[in-house]
Design a protein around this ligand. Structure first.
Ligand code: FMN
Length: 202
């Protein structure tokens, strides 16, 4: 592939998907149809605890993140698993239609699950929009914006003169000339293909 970064030009947003008992950051969200109750799809990794919860639940919510979102929301919901931490202890939510909705976002969508499609790594969940609200009509954070600003948002820095490998999802930094074989990010779990090499010369 000559330059896979072109996929970042697919316009995607940044959301917290919540369902009863948990949730995670997702960007792989698309509106499938229009009308009063449009269909919305979201791809959820098999390895996420949220995927297990979505098998047991019949609905989910997407809280839409704005550009000035508190980065703690991203690190808590996108870089930790509900298997190990109670994400709701740190981030405040309001219960709407029986689902936890993240406070201080620009709005939310609540969907009833109508279909699930399995592939090797993800479940594509398809939901029908049944409730929605917009608290603030401001620009949402796109996935491209997150990628371009995550060093600042997540306070990623690398040491001058050292070869660093930075996780393009969560900003975790590994130092070394090469990443070990079969390496996965210890912070967010993605594979080594999603790391980018950086060296700042003295
Ligand atoms: C910027 C960003 C985008 C992400 N996009 C997705 C996504 O579209 N689908 C997904 O399943 N996980 C995505 N993740 C990863 C999950 O949010 C992450 O693995 C989370 O810790 C899973 O938590 P859980 O085990 O409690 O479900 C993303 C993470 C980040 C930081």
């Amino acid at each position: 592939m000559k330059n896979k970064k072109i996929t970042r030009k697919i316009t995607q947003g940044m959301y917290v998907l919540t369902t009863k008992g948990g949730g995670c950051i997702v960007d792989a969200v698309a509106q499938i149809s229009a009308g009063d109750n449009p269909l919305i799809s979201v791809a959820v990794m098999h390895s996420n605890h949220t995927n297990t919860l979505l098998k047991e639940n019949s609905s989910f919510a997407l809280s839409v993140l704005g550009k000035s979102v508190n980065p703690d929301i991203i690190t808590t919901f996108g870089m930790q698993s509900m298997r190990n931490v109670n994400k709701f202890a740190k981030i405040k939510t309001t219960e709407i239609e029986g689902l936890p909705i993240i406070n201080n976002t620009i709005g939310y969508m609540i969907c009833e699950i109508v279909d699930r499609i399995e592939n090797d790594t993800h479940t594509l969940i398809i939901g029908k929009l049944v409730e929605a609200d917009m608290y603030e009509d401001i620009e949402a954070m796109s996935y491209q914006y997150y990628q371009e600003h995550k060093d600042v948002l997540l306070k990623v820095t690398t040491e001058t003169g050292k070869t660093a490998w930075i996780c393009t999802i969560c900003g975790y930094v590994y130092y070394g000339d090469e990443l070990p074989e079969n390496y996965n990010c210890p912070k967010c779990g993605v594979s080594k293909e999603l790391f980018e090499k950086r060296k700042i010369n003295a």
